[in-house]
Design a protein around this ligand. Structure first.
Ligand SMILES: [Zn+2]
Ligand SMILES: [Zn+2]
Length: 176
């Protein structure tokens, strides 16, 4: 698990991705690089829900990138769902070493608020740390401030920090 490759799904601003990469390197202590963009057609969106089925997207990512040399972290603007979940901020698969984070519901605009690039970045970082934690095999944490806390609303995301608590940090170090 020697590196993180950040996979932009369609157009994601490159300054956002490079800032994200730097912050993830600082936390996980291995290199994070932006990989080539994966183009995914909007025709894949479930028109009734206006959302994309997570497994459809995950299969495309796994097909396009080999995860042999590390963890894959896909960033998308698509609104995601899976069976039993109305929506997802993100998801991860430890076997496939894949983490996916959707920016859709992290944008203040989604909640009728003014756009705020810094708030969007902080929320995204928290969810990326969370999903990468899962991809490394970490489970949810009961500490509401810990990045591994399972947030089901944007309030819970805003309430947690972009770091692991002491316990989760120890667990993640053991898996690096
Ligand atoms: Zn989770
Ligand atoms: Zn924790």
């Amino acid at each position: 698990m020697s590196r993180i490759r950040i996979v932009p799904i369609n157009a994601i601003p490159s300054d956002f991705l490079s800032r994200l990469g730097l912050c993830l390197e600082e936390r996980f202590l291995f290199p994070a690089q932006t990989a080539r963009t994966l183009s995914v057609s909007h025709s894949v969106v479930n028109t009734q829900r206006g959302q994309m089925f997570l497994s459809t997207l995950a299969a495309k990512i796994v097909r396009a990138y080999s995860s042999e040399a590390g963890l894959l972290l896909a960033i998308t603007d698509f609104d995601l769902y899976k069976t039993g979940h109305r929506f997802l901020f993100g998801d991860a698969d430890q076997q496939q070493r894949l983490a996916v984070v959707s920016l859709h519901r992290l944008r203040p605009e989604f909640y009728g608020e003014d756009s705020d690039a810094n708030l969007l970045f902080q929320r995204s970082l928290k969810e990326c740390v969370h999903e990468l934690g899962h991809a490394m095999g970490l489970k949810h944490c009961f500490n509401a401030r810990c990045a591994m806390y399972d947030s089901n609303s944007i309030f819970e995301t805003d309430n947690k920090v972009a770091h692991f608590c002491e316990l989760c940090e120890k667990r993640s170090r053991a898996r690096r």
